[in-house]
Design a protein around this ligand. Structure first.
Ligand code: COA
Ligand code: MG
Length: 297
């Protein structure tokens, strides 16, 4: 699975933020053409984003661009401007329906052909951030093979639900859980919502740990200070690694080798799904280590 612990947002029209972005250790940097860019700046942001795709990725981060949703009539112009080599994925804002994803898939296919890029090389990430988008998360995620991740967008979601966005997030509970489950059902990575109170480091870490337990494997980030904690929290800890190695060892030596698929480890039962889960943790660690090694060059 791709490594997406930190999905960091940079407004596509902000020259100084873009210049700073290659120095930031985010797994993904997303240049934004949507809501962090005012209408009068959209054209400038498209140009600036296209011109800086390679610079943004020069520090080792994977580069995505967030485009406006189809209803705005801006999506086509956004895509025409930015689908060039250097781009790894498109995040579709306010995705509401599988047809939105299919339309994006077709357009990406066309642009990849026209621009000599490998067909299928640009991934799709969908933002589930409306009531409709949350309900349709699974059908949307399975509408194209390109979809690799789903983001739960709490800011637009609470607006759509006509409720107040809080740091505790009680109002997000159902949707946040639903998007995580839909993502996993579709074989995609679940990316948690932005935490807008970016100066509240303690609250951010608490909320991120909660999301991790719901199945999120990365988070959409708005401020550089959120990148390091995110990379840390979504990486298996030394304790997780020790537990996973212990489980694998005991299950293989004391279980499988002796004709049993249930054994005891540190006072708890270990059976096949526990063993599989431990192996997934070890695999995730390998993927993260390979990603970090590649990033450091
Ligand atoms: N990308 C790149 N650099 C950023 C950044 C970002 N998103 N956010 C902050 N920085 C930089 C600042 O330029 C500053 O750099 P410096 O120390 O070299 O001068 C440093 O990080 C600290 O920034 P700070 O002063 O704490 O933040 P701010 O008040 O300038 O900006 C926000 C706060 C929230 C407005 C800003 O972080 C931001 O625009 N975030 C992204 C918003 C976004 O993309 N929203 C859409 C998705 S929800
Ligand atoms: Mg939004």
């Amino acid at each position: 699975m791709p490594v997406m612990r930190s999905v960091f947002y940079v407004p596509g029209n902000n020259e100084s933020f873009i210049q700073k972005s290659p120095s930031l250790p985010a797994d993904i940097i997303t240049l934004d053409l949507e809501d962090s860019v005012p209408p009068a700046e959209k054209a400038k942001a498209r140009e600036m984003t296209r011109d800086n795709l390679k610079l943004t990725g020069s520090g080792g981060s994977t580069v995505y661009v967030r485009v406006n949703n189809w209803e705005t009539l801006m999506t086509n112009d956004d895509l025409e401007a930015v689908v060039y080599p250097g781009l790894s994925g498109i995040c579709l804002a306010k995705c509401g329906h599988p047809d939105d994803v299919k339309r994006l898939d077709w357009k990406l296919d066309e642009l990849e052909r026209r621009r000599g890029m490998p067909i299928g090389s640009v991934a799709i990430q969908i933002l589930c951030e409306t009531a409709k988008g949350v309900i349709n998360a699974y059908p949307s995620a399975t509408a194209s093979k390109r979809v690799n991740s789903l983001i739960f967008g709490a800011v637009d979601y609470t607006k759509d639900m006509r409720v107040k966005l809080t740091s505790e997030g009680v109002e997000q509970f159902y949707a946040r859980s639903h998007v995580a489950v839909a993502a996993r059902a579709a074989g995609c990575i679940a990316i948690d919502c932005p935490y807008v109170a970016f100066q509240d480091v303690e609250g951010y870490e608490k909320s991120t740990r909660e999301g991790r337990q719901m199945g999120y494997e990365g988070r959409m980030l708005i401020h550089p200070s959120q990148i390091e904690p995110s990379n840390r929290i979504y990486s298996p800890s030394a304790e997780d690694a020790e537990w996973a190695k212990g489980v694998v060892e005991v299950f293989e030596k004391e279980g499988i080798a002796k004709g049993m698929a249930a054994v005891s480890f540190k006072g708890k039962m270990v059976d096949t799904p526990v063993y599989d889960n431990a192996r997934t943790i070890l695999k995730t660690m390998e993927e993260i280590a390979a990603f970090d090694k590649k990033r450091k060059g």
